[in-house]
Design a protein around this ligand. Sequence first.
Ligand code: PLP
Length: 277
Amino acid sequence: MVYLNGEFTPKNKASISVMDRGFLFGDGVYEVIPVYAGKIFRLYEHLQRLQNSLDAIQIQNPYSNNEWLDIFNRLLSFSSTANQALYLQITRGADVSRKHSFEALIPSVFVEANSLTPKSRTELETGFSAISQADFRWQRCDIKSTSLLANIIYSQQAKACHAEEVILHRDQLVTEGATSNVFIVKDSTLFTHPTGTNILSGITRDLVLESAKYCNLAIQEVAPTLTQLLSADEVWISSSTREVMPITKVDDQLINHGKVGEHWLEIYNHYQTLKHA
Ligand code: PLP
């Protein structure tokens, strides 16, 4: 079952207008929210980021936080799977003709829940590879927009290279991954690009920083250079579905001789306690 514009309906019965601006222009925003043991994780942080994205493109939030929660809970009740990922998307809605500028329309709302299987510690400890690429995305990466063409191109490149992620750099500074935030550790200090319009402010990014504080790891919200990335002691990526994942190879360069670092394990362990708190 999925939620579409006020109704719960089987996915194969759900349909929208061809004039929907989400379909025509990718004129919409989205969120992905993890659910662990039936509990929605960091719900209000995700709803706040949703509000920020909606405000940035002048779409009115169709629901209050309690109404969102009701929709999520009803959707989750259709499945007995303990760990799920909620996907929600709001588009500007359908107009009568195709034009770039917009009038006030009735937003289209779609929500679905899919099972989520985070990688186990043993799987993560094998390490993952990434490739680096110039960041050619637009300069409002803080908006969680459904217009994802650049991210699609990068993800396909990663797939072709059997890599987990593409790490992006703008003017030699590491911004983030195509679908994640990026961290490096050098001499026991954690570096990550500051929030702003060049990155999506990840909810997991905040959780990693919270975990780093707990673990007494020094934090610098300063973008590492590409050279610093390649000579880092540790490299991690983070996202709601991947949590915090160790990268042990970037392009042809092994990180920490291809071994997962000790700080990653500390952060991973603390993250697991936050998930189940
Ligand atoms: N940056 C980008 C470009 C993303 O697409 C994502 C997740 O989809 C993230 C960062 C991580 O955000 P979050 O931790 O909220 O999932």
